[in-house]
Design a protein around this ligand. Sequence first.
Ligand SMILES: NC(=O)c1ccc[n+]([C@@H]2O[C@H](COP(=O)([O-])OP(=O)(O)OC[C@H]3O[C@@H](n4cnc5c(N)ncnc54)[C@H](OP(=O)(O)O)[C@@H]3O)[C@@H](O)[C@H]2O)c1
Length: 338
Amino acid sequence: MSAIPDTFRAYVAEQRKDADGTAHIDRGVREFAAADLPPGDVDIRVHWSSVNFKDGLATRADGRVARISPLIPGIDLAGEVVASADPGLTVGTPVLAHGYELGVSRHGGFAEFQRVPAGWVVPLAPGFTAHDAMAIGTAGFTAAMSVVALEDRGLRPDDGPVLVTGASGGVGGTALAILAERGYEVWAVTGKPDEHERLTSLGAAGLLTRDEVAGPGKPLESERWAGAVDAVGAATLPYVLRTLRTGAAVAASGNAGGPALETTVFPFILRGVALLGMDSVTVPISRRRAIWDRLATDLRPRALGEHVSEVTLDTLDEALDGIVAGTARGRWVVRIGD
Ligand SMILES: NC(=O)c1ccc[n+]([C@@H]2O[C@H](COP(=O)([O-])OP(=O)(O)OC[C@H]3O[C@@H](n4cnc5c(N)ncnc54)[C@H](OP(=O)(O)O)[C@@H]3O)[C@@H](O)[C@H]2O)c1
């Protein structure tokens, strides 16, 4: 079973070392042989992929994300099934896949075709296009997971203001758009003054600058937030912890500002605050499919598709470098093929 041509176009990242041991990465589009794909149950013609922070790291010599070389990066993809050994995923079914090993230790979405295990595949909900799916992508899925985690713990719109950090980026911007659509009073933290108007149009009721949240503070400050979504980490997450209201939670998924976390235990032991870790990579497929179904319905982000820039395999470099440099404004989708 294969409907993948002998060779197809793919963006490939290959690590190499100089004689003196210095690491380099060669990256760009090349013809890739189908024979070099790993085994799998489902062949997918990829129509769209997207650019996530992890993809930026997977294409850098110092990124510490890629587990194989050469690697077709791209931690998510959407397209249609062109061959399948799984009776539940017939030829022509529109699908997406992300997480698990995709784009890290197994070839990913920056390619015209990909082969994956059936247990990684999510059929697209009716009325949801492959472009919609990748406008959301892994970052947006993580935002949805964060909202679900907070609401599963009891958060409701009338509980009070909710904070979203890194709001101009993929996780933050989608969390803002989902929460606003659900009726929350959302406050957005951004380091980009020229994004204020866009974030307000996405639904931000108030804005904080990155400087307002990144400085040192007392172990506990005035109780302000009924909940929070944070993908920045670094100095931002300690601010969130010391300003959450009693019993509130933050869903933490990222380290766009850095991985270190310096806090005290007081938010936990004096206010019962909860730090909820979000890992989109390992989510079991049944839960993953359920969250994607909700992204097409009651968790559909406001203005889906309006804050998206388009690149192709040939113009990926700028987006990959930009996302690591922190210049993201909304999401980048990758048009594959015609
Ligand atoms: N746990 C998971 O499963 C999972 C899934 C997806 C993503 N992530 C992680 O979540 C993070 C965000 O991913 P993303 O795709 O949303 O990236 P992104 O689109 O680049 O957004 C990150 C945002 O963080 C802010 N930021 C960037 N550098 C910063 C710095 N030095 N200090 C403070 N804020 C900074 C910027 O927003 P402003 O300029 O508006 O402040 C930026 O737009 C990454 O660490 C990524 O690896 C984790």
